[in-house]
Write a protein that binds this ligand. Sequence first.
Ligand code: S3P
Length: 427
Amino acid sequence: MYCIKEAKKLRGEITVPGDKSISHRGIMLGSLAEGDTRLHGFLEGADCLSSISCFRKMGIDIVRDGSDVTIHGKGLHGLKAPSEILDAGNSGTTTRLMSGILAGQDFFSTITGDDSLKTRPMKRVITPLEKMGATIDSENGCLPMTIHGGKLHGIDYISPVASAQVKSCVLFAGLFADGKTSVTEPAVSRNHTELMLKGFGASVITDEKKHFVQVEPEPKLIGQEITVPGDISSAAYFLVAGLICQDADILVKNVNINPTRAGILKVIEAMGGDITYLDRRTVSGEEVADIEVKSSSLHGTTVEGDIIPALIDELPVIAVMAAYASGQTVIKDAAELKVKESDRIAVVTENLKAMGCDITATDDGFIINGGQPLHGTEIKTQKDHRIAMSFAIAALNASGETTFDDPSCVNISYPDFFKTLELIHEN
Ligand code: S3P
């Protein structure tokens, strides 16, 4: 049983592992490109390793040397039929993005995953892919799912959810269609697919105001050299740690601050957090900065509307930040939290309540009356990596000890999380 004690002092300079979303996309587009793609700073978490293993099963030679990965791409039509079921493990991104690619293949394939992934909704990708002409068998819209791919038609898809996984799935399928394919979303979701498709040579048109993206079919994708920046979703834990602890000064280096991902930074500013951006720069088409945070007197805020997709994965740790902020924080328009690796509305509420926080779950978020002292407890992670890490941060400012039933789930996105936490924990 892993145990974390209250931290009197946090100090240090850290780097976080490579961006998960960009690492997945690098494997997939590298596989479809002609020639070699090199990814530097690839995230060696279990989710991204699932993407590697699936594309290896389709005949792609992928060589790993730590976080340097070389993909020997075989071109847009170079995948071969897998002889086994494709196992996406815990990874929704592997499943949904890869299903778009599989829909364009003239072979059939089956994708499965772990117990958590098997409960997550796949109808959201099945519907547009069927509209494009694929035939998909599934267990009531869940995994396992068998995709009979083939020649696809271009469509103009109006997505009911702001989801980069759905958008990317449809755009990837559009690479194999007989005409242009577009996606319009209710709000802008992360745009790494669009940026990377352009980098590999595809023709992509975007209209951010209309939340619209269009891709042309049959591009010639050329292998790229990509430096993957640090993941803001991983940095978020240490940013919040620095803000909520009484004596803290932490520098998190090399963080991707792409505006379609960096909603948490706006929330930190709105809550009165002491945050400074250093050395802003562009790396492989993505905005990057070093970020310094110091102990702050935070106050509550409202988080709602179009910003939600830009911080969806950070909402558990934002809830932790709100628990330590004075006054009320309201988080709404985030019903998507219910269909992540766990039902994050229920699991965050249960664990924060167990620590003594005044929190109420709503249909699409939480109401948190913060600023009361919290105490250690046993955290039930539900094997959800973001729950384990968010509550490891909550533990730093809680009296007594906080224990975790299954800390190993951090391997999904941040295998060295606890080691890094120990580095900055000065007592
Ligand atoms: C991701 C998109 C988000 C996010 C997930 C990664 C991606 O999911 O929660 O962790 O890489 O496209 P949705 O697009 O379903 O919101």
